[in-house]
Design a protein around this ligand. Structure first.
Ligand code: FAD
Length: 394
């Protein structure tokens, strides 16, 4: 791509790619596993990464080597590639599998600990993550810091043997059910003109004394996220992840893993698939088939961009520009899909309907507005991409 303002040439690294023979074999294996474990009609599909937590299911996936699969065998992983993980995740989400328990640990926390953690942290957390045992949350947002994440003010102050934490994190998905979270905290005061300095990442036990977790009910009344308050919470020195003051850089790397995967474009798939099933033999069938054709073509395009992000990760890159663009396009597409379904069926859908499609649609309508917000809003993703393309820091 040519930057017309500066004349400088900037590469966008979306390279066309196909799955290899071995990768297609893995895809078949995952499909077989799902058919056996969750035969069609045996479970209510989950909507993408907002999947139910089912530790038993996570343990079964882990038994197959599909949790933390891209982590080295030395730490309990399977030394597989980001593309292999893409294949497993794509199949799980397409099927609406209950992957919530290991989701965050598998997608990002394991990578963060591998990349920036100490040997002791790797030994303590990575094998347990790969066994599907540990559930992690993300401790980034605060009441006054969402998009402007570098302005976080929850403070960690040095004390004997560790740190004392005071402040509040918000929108912490699953904090009430998970075991740990990785928090971005301020370890030295805000410097004039450089808010990215003085931030550090910490591993924090969600059961720590002084840590209070309060539910924030979702629009439909369900309990998904929380406010987490720290009142003089002690965290040992050994739980600092990476170098002090490097939290911003580490956090940006973490978000490259977080943004470009199938979870950012596949969430409505099982709802569309269910509509196809229920429309079969009715007046709606031709119009639903047309819509399905249109959606699949667009899905395939975004899917290929997302797959090429996974290939880039396998070359050792942290493709923050490309993954931001995938999330921007993918989550906007997810909302468009739901708008189209709502217009198409033109009926009162209800969360208590006998029709599975209607129940799923009702959930999508209530929860999907969050998809373009969580993990970075549309505006912020565009800003990350445009700064990256100009060679500026995020
Ligand atoms: C379902 C869900 C789950 C979540 N889970 C977690 C979690 O587990 N952990 C966690 O830490 N956070 C989580 N979040 C929080 C999420 O990351 C933040 O909501 C998000 O980063 C936006 O921050 P904010 O809500 O403070 O909005 P704000 O930053 O106040 O933004 C409000 C509006 O202003 C726009 N805006 C802000 N700044 C700019 C700018 N510079 N240029 C242009 N427009 C701008 C935004 O795009 C947005 O439209 C979750 C959110 C949702 C919806």
């Amino acid at each position: 791509m040519n930057n017309r303002l500066s004349g400088e040439t900037i590469d966008m690294r979306f390279t066309p790619t196909e799955l290899s023979k071995q990768e297609l074999e893995l895809q078949r294996e995952v499909r077989g596993f799902l058919l056996e474990e969750l035969p069609p009609g045996s479970h209510e599909p989950c909507l993408g990464m907002a999947a139910r937590k089912n530790k038993e299911f996570s343990l079964k996936m882990a038994d197959r080597g599909w949790v933390g699969m891209a982590l080295p065998t030395e730490w309990g992983g399977s030394d597989r590639t980001a593309v292999d993980r893409f294949i497993v995740v794509e199949e799980m989400l397409r099927w609406g599998a209950p992957v919530g328990h290991h989701w965050v640990a598998d997608r990002q926390t394991g990578n963060v600990i591998l990349k920036f953690g100490t040997e002791e942290q790797r030994e303590r957390f990575l094998p347990a993550i790969c066994r599907g045992e540990l559930g992690f949350s993300i401790g980034m947002s605060e009441p006054d810091s969402g998009s402007d994440l570098a302005s976080v003010s929850t403070k960690a102050e040095a004390t004997t043997g560790g740190w004392i934490i005071n402040g509040t994190k918000i929108w912490t998905s699953g904090a009430h059910e998970n075991d740990w979270f990785v928090c971005l905290l301020r370890t030295s005061p805000l410097e004039d003109g450089n808010k990215h300095a003085g931030l550090s990442q910490f591993l924090i036990d969600l059961k720590s004394p002084g840590l209070e977790i309060s539910p924030i009910p979702f629009l439909d009344g369900s309990h998904h996220f929380n406010e987490v308050t720290f009142n003089e919470v002690f965290v040992p020195e050994t739980n600092v992840v990476g170098d002090l003051g490097m939290g911003w850089h580490q956090n940006t790397t973490e978000m490259a893993y977080e943004r470009g995967g199938p979870d950012r474009w596949l969430s409505p798939f099982s709802t569309v698939e269910q509509l196809l099933r229920e429309a079969r033999g009715t007046d709606l069938e031709p119009v639903v088939s047309d819509l399905f054709g249109e959606l699949i073509a667009r899905w395939w395009g975004i899917r290929n961009l997302s797959l090429s992000v996974a290939r880039l990760i396998d070359t050792g890159e942290a493709p923050s520009v490309e993954s931001s663009l995938v999330k921007e396009m993918g989550t906007r597409f997810e909302q468009e899909v739901i708008e189209k379904l709502v217009h198409l069926i033109d009926l009162e859908y209800s969360p208590d309907s006998d029709s599975l499609f209607e129940r799923l649609l009702a959930q999508c309508v209530v929860t999907f507005p969050g998809n373009t917000i969580r993990g970075g809003t549309i505006e912020i993703l565009r800003s990350v991409a445009s700064k990256g393309l100009k060679g500026l820091p995020a």
